[in-house]
Design a protein around this ligand. Structure first.
Ligand code: CA
Length: 221
């Protein structure tokens, strides 16, 4: 899952980016509202962490502009101090949730996960596809009750296929949601990870749809 952080406090942005990257998210950072809006418009993000007080364009305006353009990406707003800014206004402009600074990273991560769960899985905590169970909260994967150990990137590829279970997902979509903006390599890197997933989950777990991409079929197949 790919996350955009729009935050002008560079140390905070960096620490959030590091934390989320360690959790297996692909993370991009913008330090002002204009760049943030531009990136949010260009990139296929699964979630945006958006500070309110930003140079260039404030978070309310960024949020309102995205919603006006029909962009429904979940937005978690960061407010500077309880009561100083109007959380109701944030929610009115189309934010999905807000968090008041200072916050603990653990709380932020829980909110990020909750938003993604709501948006991508209708609130379900795990994704089940046949005998395969993927739990994005604990990053645990089981096949018929047996634990499968995956690397962070393998998990990220599987998670994206899992939230789109039943659909055909193209290599470039996987690349866009699992790798960050800085990745400049070949789209065929995705094949390497799909091969690894087949090796670990079973050869039939991920079907190739010729010329279109992949579909998660489930494991044990
Ligand atoms: Ca700020």
């Amino acid at each position: 899952m790919r996350v955009l952080i729009v935050e002008d406090e560079k140390r905070l942005a960096l620490s959030l980016a590091r934390g989320l990257t360690a959790e297996g998210f692909a993370v991009d950072v913008a330090h002002d509202g204009i760049d943030g809006l531009h990136r949010a418009t260009e990139g296929p993000y699964d979630l945006i962490v958006l500070d309110i007080m930003l140079p260039g364009m404030n978070g309310y305006r960024v949020c309102a502009a995205l919603r006006a353009a029909g962009d429904e990406t979940p937005i978690l707003m960061l407010t500077a101090k309880d009561g100083e800014y109007d959380e109701a206004e944030g929610l009115d402009t189309g934010a999905d949730d807000y968090l008041t600074k200072p916050f603990s990273y653990v709380v932020l991560l829980a909110r990020v996960r909750a938003l993604l769960r709501r948006r991508t899985r209708g609130g379900a905590s795990v994704v089940r596809v046949g005998e395969l169970v993927v739990d994005p909260g604990t990053r645990q994967v089981t096949v018929a009750g047996r634990d499968v150990a995956l690397t962070a990137k393998e998990f990220a590829v599987l998670e994206y296929l899992a939230v789109r279970a039943g659909e055909v997902v193209s290599k470039s979509e996987i690349l866009e949601h699992v790798w960050d903006f800085a990745y400049e390599g070949d789209v065929n890197i995705v094949e390497v990870y799909v091969s690894a997933l087949r090796r670990k989950l079973g050869p039939g777990a991920v079907a190739t749809v010729r010329g279109a991409g992949y579909r998660l079929v489930g494991a044990g197949a």
